[in-house]
Design a protein around this ligand. Sequence first.
Ligand code: TXA
Ligand code: MG
Length: 322
Amino acid sequence: MAILTPSAAAIAEAGRHLRAGGLVGVPTETVYGLAGDATSDRAVAHIFDLKGRPRFNPLIVHVETLAAAERLAIFDRGARFLAQRRWPGPLTLILPRRAEAPISLLATAGLDTVAIRVPDHPVALQLIAAAGRPLAIPSANPSGAVSPTTAAHVETGFGGRLAMVLDGGACPVGVESTVLDLTGPRPRLLRPGGASLDQLVAAIGEIDVPTDDPARPRAPGQLASHYAPSLPVILDPPAPLPGMALLAFGDKERAAGWAEIVNLSPTGDLRAAAAELFAALRDLDDPARFSAIGVESVPDQGLGLAINDRLRRAAAPRGDGR
Ligand code: TXA
Ligand code: MG
C-alpha cells in the first residue's frame, strides 16, 4: 500500500484512481475512511468485499456541499436547518433518497433512504472534489474491527489489498459521525458520535434515543459486537484478572495489579479521550503482553455517549463465543 502525503498531485492521482473504479483510504475528522465512487456498483461492491461487510449494511455517501447533498436526498426545512448549522462536520443524516439520485443501489442496501454527510477535513473534501462525484466512505477497517484513526491503522487492516491511502495524520475527533434518522415522524439517534446530542437537541428539539436491544439493531450496521479487538474486552471490571490491561479515564483510586494502565485522559477531558480511544484500544490489543483489556466507562454526556457506545460494543459477546 502506498501511504501518500496529500499533495495536490497525490490528491489528483487519487481522484483519477476513484474515477477508474479504484478505492482510496482517506482521512476525515472522525476516522479514516475507505472511499469509492458512490455512483458505481462495481466500486461499491469492491468496498463491501474488501471490508467483508454484510451487504445489508448501507454506506454513508460523502459530498462536498449541502447543494450536492440536495441532489441526492429530499431535505425538509428541519433537515436543511441542521445541515446548514452542522456541515461540514461529524453528523450523518438519514433522508429519503431521490428517485433520480445516481447512487448505486448497493450503497444504500436497496433502502429508499440514504445516509449523507459533508466531512470536515480538507483532504476528504479535496478528494471528493478531485473525484467529481459523491463518494461512499465507510470506516477503513475490516467489518467488526476497531476503526482506524491513522494511515498506519489502515495499512494494518488492508495491507497490500488497498492501493493507496492519503496520510492526513491522526483524526482530530476520533469517533465516527453521529447518525440521525430524519425519515420518521420524529428525529431518531441511530448512532451516537462526534456531534453531541445536546447540540443537536438545542438545534432541532427533541430526538428519540432508542434503547439498545442487541437483537434488534437500530441501524442495519449497529450489531452488538463491533469495534472488537482480538483480546476479550471487559467493561468496568471490579478488579484485574492476571495479565489484564486497563483502559482508564479520569483521576480516581484504582485497585493494584493491572498489567498496564493507559489513561485516555487523566484530567477527564472527553474530547481528548475520544481522540485517543481507538489508537489506545489497538495498542492494548497485544496477546503477547496481555490476557484481556478492561475498559472504564466514562460520563454519559457530550462525546461520552459515543465513547461508552464503542466501549460497550467492544465488550459485547462476539458471534464466535469469545
Ligand atoms: O464518521 C463516519 O461516519 C465515518 C467516516 C469515514 O465518514 N464513516 C462511517 O461509516 O462510520 P460506516 O460505514 O462505518 O458506518 C455507517 C453507519 C452504519 O451503522 C450504517 O448502518 C449506517 O451508518 N447507515 C448507513 N446508511 C443508512 C441508512 N440508509 N439507514 C440507516 N442507517 C444507515
Ligand atoms: Mg464502521
